[in-house]
Structure formats: structure tokens, C-alpha cells
Design a protein around this ligand. Structure first.
Ligand code: NA7
Length: 571
């Protein structure tokens, strides 16, 4: 080979090597993140904004849906509406956002909240860092690099220093294990996965299974459309009227001029609502006065019934029974058929022990000729048949079955990801007796994993956006602290976690929630350990605890550096 041609070969080789190195750098650049966030609902969108725009991190969000919104993307069944009021069920982090967004009325419907979250995604230019239509299937922590390796159902694998779950507390639908479901020849729908293009039930015989918030909200609009609606009820619920109404211009103006106070109040109140409970015991007033107060609350509508009349409904069984009986009297007053009314009256558990729904015309729907209530508490659905379903007593014919059967709450959305922590330990194994977290924010054995509104935090017992913002802010402060100290690994200690789990259980055991079978305690999922999953101690105590941990240099957490970087001492 001549000298000239060997130069050409060398130059070619060099170009080839350079190209490969460049590609490798590009690849690495593309598939390694400071943080991966799972979910693009309220929590995921704010986490992306906070970590990317305030902490200057490289963030990738994965979202299963083909749009943002999380809960408000999936739950688009007829009648889906928030049970918290619009002006405080929203973000507070941006005063400009709060001023520019117009809520149309008291309780926003699903499409309005979905529009709001899409507006947030556009306003803060979040979309470039969100990958839609992608489910995270597995995540494994690598002790050697202090990074998570995250795999998706699209065959991608990326790495990230931190993994932040924003998967929602009510996101893994509960599909009851009823024989024959796959053989049903009609249409099958789940309220939690309602088709985006909508469903026309006109002229159809429809079965609706489940009478939680979703079934209760869906009943009136489905009844108005279907030829025949049969509601299958396993447990009756205490539902309160929402009394939804549109906002007038003066409402809007008053809300906007008071936003600072409203948001400040949401951060200090017991459950993240901008109100303080009235300080009055049920028994401190005469029977007549009590009745008057309850009537006023009923007329006002919504959750004010819980805190706006008496302070002891959720504490004193006698007070609770008075409120419960008042609601039953309203059901009996509304529903014309006495037997149906009696079936709709909840008995055997206190008001508030199950998540209380609020509704629009739910009980009235049972006065329609085309609506029937079937009590399946004693005679459960035995099988779905090709043309309907049957209980031990009756066989029914249907064109469509709607499952409003709820969720594998709080843990289901985390456990459906094959999550493996330090030394390959599986989250499913760690949580086989119930979820264990430190403050609902981290799990011992799962370094660099943060769980927004995880079990063990107030989460679903709070106004969710407030709970979410608090968690994201806490996580962001923690990451900044780590950056200052050059730490790349954080992990809850087993001891601190044990103490927190014990405290959550202790507080839960004194709460009302142990007195009913609900998703708060996992009772809706066969075989799920019975544990009060949310922290029932209230927002003020919880915030105080989280802030104290932060101020003590993240007491209960251990920090470390990259194993290759011996210069940085661990703690
Ligand atoms: P919920 O509140 O968990 O309600 C689910 C309903 O489905 C409830 O009435 C259940 O009866 C019923 N269910 C569940 N499994 C079955 C089976 N196998 N057979 C018959 N009936 C069944 O879920 P929602 O979607 O309505 O509301 C979830 C939350 O979203 C709500 O609390 C608000 O926070 C917003 P059960 O009561 O278990 O006897």
C-alpha cells in the first residue's frame, strides 16, 4: 500500500471512530436523564415544571395515555365531575396561571379539567419532554452507578439518576374476576377507561356495576340515554348533593382577588381545603337547631356537610349516626319506592368511613321507570353470560355492561411496574403485607425513588393538588440539597421507615376508616392486605413532620455518592 493510500485509510478510520463516538455521546445524551417522571397528570406535570425549569434538570416524562391529564384523561365517563370545587382544585404555584384561567362553575366536569391540564402543558412548554402512549413496565436500580434503568412497553430502555412516580392513587382499574366476562357478546365499558370518542347507549339495556363516586355520577346521564338501566349495588353509599352551579362574573372576580388567601388557607387546613371546620359539637345544640343546621348544609351541597356544621361527625359515633340518619331521611324523602329507598340507605358503617360521593340527581334517577336497583350484597354476580349476567336468583339480559368497580387504590399503580431496588429486591415482595414508606415519599431499599402522594402520606384524604404541590416542592428541595453536597444517592433508612409505618398504622387505627370495607384499607381487592393506606393525621401534622425532617438535614434518610467518587463522603 502506498503512503498516500494508507493516509486515506487512516483518515477514513478516524472519521469512522469519530462518528461512532459522536453517536455514542448522542445516544447517551438522549437516553440518560437526571430524572424520569412516570405519569403526566397533576403530579407529573408539576414535577416536570419544577425539576426542569427550576432545578435545570434533564427530565423525561412517560405517560401511558395519548394525552396529558392522568385521572382526568382516563375517567371520561358520562357525568364525571370533580368533587372538590374548581377554584381550589387547581395549581397554586403560578399566580399568573391562577389569574388567567377561568373556571366555569363550582364543580368542574372532566372535560374542563382535562382542558386546564392541557393548558398547563402548553403554557409551561412541557410537551417536548413528555412521551405519550408509553407505559413504563419495569424499573431497576443499579447500585454501581446510583441510577435507575427504566424500560417501557415500546422497547426503550433509558437511565436516570432519580425516578419520580406520579402515577396517581386511583389509576389501576379494578377488573372484578367474574367468570364469563370474555364471552359477553355485548359492549363492555369501564368508567376508569371510558372510550375517548364517547359511547352512545341510546336504546340499549345497560347494566351498571358499582355504586361508588363513579357509578353514582354515571347513573343519571346513563339513565337519561339508555332504554333500561339496571344498577347492581353491593354496598349503598352516603351521597350528598353537589348543587353545582355556574360562576357569574362577580364570583370569578372575587375568587381571583382572593387567591393568595385561598391558597394560603389550603396549605394550613386539615385536608387542604380553604376552610376551617366550625368549632361546634353536635350535642351542644338542641335537636331543632341541629336539624336546621343539617338542612342548611344539605341545601348548600358538597363536602361542607362534613365540616361546616359540626366538628365531631368524624370523631363521635353518636354525632355521626345523627348525620347518617339525616342523609337516610333525605334518601327516603327522594326515592318514591319505599323498598328501593331502603336498599339505597347505607347501614352498618359510619358516614365518612368510605369516601363520600357527591352527586347530581342520583337518588332521583331511581324514580324513573327505566331504572332498577338490584341489591347484590347477599347474592353476588355469579357469572357474565354471553347475553347478560346472572346472580344466584335471576338471569338478566343486557346490551352493554358498565363496570364502575373502582381501583386497586394507592398501591396498584406502583406495583404494576416491575420495580426492583437495591440488590434486585422487588417492591411487590417488600409490600406483600402492605405498603411501607417513609412519609409516603420514599421506600427503604429503593434509593433515588420518590413517590408523589405515595401510601403513608395524606394523599387521597386531602385536596389532591395541594398534596401534590407539597410533595413536589419537598422532593425538589431535597434534590437541591443533594446537589449542594455532591450526593447522588438518597435512601430512607429501615428504622425511620418502620417508625413512620407504625405511626401511620396507629393513627389509622383510631380513625373512622377501619370501620368500613373500602379502598382506603384495600378491602375492595380480594387478597389485598388490610391496611389504612393514607396517613390520617391531617395536613398540619404531616407538613410539620416533613419540614422537620428537611430542617434536620433529612433525618431518617441516608445519602451517598457515586461509588467511583470516593472524594465525596457519604452520610
Ligand atoms: P369505588 O368508590 O371503589 O367504588 C367501586 C364500586 O364498585 C363500589 O360500589 C364497590 O362495592 C363496587 N364493586 C367493586 N367490585 C365489585 C364486584 N366484584 N362486584 C360488585 N360490585 C363491586 O370506585 P369509584 O371509581 O366509584 O370511585 C373512586 C374514587 O374516585 C372516589 O372515591 C373518589 O375519590 C373519586 P363495595 O363498596 O366495595 O361493596
Amino acid at each position: 500500500m502506498s503512503r498516500r493510500s494508507s493516509d486515506v485509510v487512516e483518515a477514513k478510520t478516524l472519521r469512522w471512530v469519530c462518528k461512532r463516538v459522536y453517536e455514542a455521546v448522542q445516544m447517551d445524551d438522549q437516553y440518560d436523564f437526571d430524572a424520569v417522571v412516570i405519569g403526566a397528570g397533576f403530579a407529573g406535570l408539576y414535577a416536570l415544571y419544577k425539576l426542569r425549569d427550576e432545578l435545570n434538570m434533564r427530565v423525561r416524562v412517560y405517560e401511558t395515555g395519548d394525552g396529558v391529564g392522568g385521572t382526568w384523561y382516563w375517567n371520561r365517563y358520562p357525568g364525571a365531575r370533580c368533587d372538590s370545587e374548581s377554584y381550589y382544585y387547581c395549581y397554586s404555584f403560578s399566580p399568573e396561571l391562577a389569574q388567567e384561567w377561568e373556571w366555569s362553575g363550582r364543580y368542574p366536569e372532566q372535560p374542563e379539567i382535562e382542558r386546564y391540564l392541557n393548558h398547563v402543558a402548553d403554557r409551561f412548554d412541557l410537551r417536548p419532554d413528555i412521551q405519550l402512549s408509553t407505559r413504563v413496565t419495569a424499573a431497576t436500580f443499579d447500585d454501581a452507578t446510583n441510577r435507575w434503568e427504566i424500560s417501557t412497553d415500546r422497547g426503550e430502555t433509558v437511565t436516570a439518576r432519580f425516578l419520580v412516580t406520579a402515577v396517581g392513587c386511583l389509576s389501576a382499574p379494578n377488573v372484578p374476576d367474574i367468570a364469563g366476562l370474555d364471552r359477553f357478546e355485548g359492549e363492555v365499558y369501564f368508567t376508569a377507561k371510558w372510550p375517548r370518542e364517547g359511547v352512545d347507549l341510546t336504546g340499549k339495556r345497560v347494566a351498571l356495576i358499582g355504586t361508588g363516586s363513579s357509578g353514582i355520577q354515571a347513573t343519571p346521564p346513563i339513565a337519561a340515554q339508555a332504554e333500561q338501566l339496571t344498577v347492581f349495588q353491593r354496598t349503598p353509599n352516603f351521597s350528598l348533593p353537589a348543587r353545582h352551579g355556574v360562576f357569574l362574573a362577580e364570583h370569578q372576580a372575587s375568587i381571583k382577588s382572593n387567591y393568595d388567601d385561598i391558597f394560603a388557607a389550603t396549605r394550613t387546613s386539615f385536608a387542604g381545603f380553604p376552610f376551617s371546620p366550625i368549632d361546634r359539637a353536635t350535642m351542644s345544640v338542641s335537636e331543632e337547631e341541629r336539624e336546621e343546621i343539617l338542612e342548611e348544609l344539605w341545601a348548600y351541597g358538597g363536602f361542607k356537610f362534613l365540616w361546616g356544621g359540626f366538628s365531631d361527625l368524624l370523631i363521635d359515633p353518636e354525632a355521626n349516626e345523627i348525620a347518617s340518619e339525616f342523609i337516610r331521611s333525605k334518601i327516603r324523602e327522594t326515592v318514591e319506592d319505599a323498598d328501593t329507598a331502603e336498599l339505597l340507605c347505607p347501614k352498618g358503617y359510619p358516614y365518612g368511613a368510605k369516601r363520600p360521593p357527591i352527586d347530581t340527581d342520583y337518588y332521583d334517577a331511581f324514580n324513573r321507570d327505566n331504572v332498577t336497583l338490584v341489591d347484590i350484597s347477599a347474592n353476588p354476580i355469579e357469572a357474565i353470560t354471553p347475553t347478560g349476567l346472572r346472580t344466584a336468583l335471576v338471569e338478566y339480559q343486557f346490551d352493554a355492561i358498565v363496570f364502575a368497580t373502582g381501583f386497586d387504590a394507592m398501591t396498584g399503580s406502583l406495583l404494576r411496574i416491575d420495580m426492583r431496588g437495591s440488590d434486585g429486591v422487588r417492591l411487590a415482595d417488600k409490600w406483600q403485607d402492605g405498603p411501607r414508606t417513609l412519609l409516603g415519599l420514599q421506600v427503604a431499599g429503593f434509593p433515588n425513588l420518590f413517590t408523589i402522594t405515595g401510601p403513608g402520606s395524606p394523599s387521597v384524604l386531602m385536596n389532591m393538588p395541594v398534596a401534590i404541590e407539597f410533595h413536589v416542592d419537598w422532593i425538589a428541595a431535597c434534590l437541591e440539597y443533594m446537589r449542594e453536597h455532591n450526593w447522588t444517592r438518597i435512601e430512607a433508612t429501615e428504622e425511620a421507615q418502620d417508625a413512620w409505618v407504625e405511626h401511620v398504622a396507629e393513627v389509622g387505627s383510631h380513625s373512622l376508616f377501619v370501620r368500613a370495607n373500602s379502598w382506603y384499607v384495600g378491602a375492595n381487592i380480594p387478597g389485598k392486605p388490610r391496611v389504612v393506606m393514607p396517613y390520617a393525621g391531617g395536613q398540619p401534622t404531616y407538613r410539620e413532620r416533613c419540614n422537620a425532617v428537611r430542617d434536620a438535614g433529612y433525618e431518617g434518610f441516608e445519602f451517598g455518592a457515586d461509588v467511583r467518587d470516593e472524594a465525596v463522603p457519604a452520610r
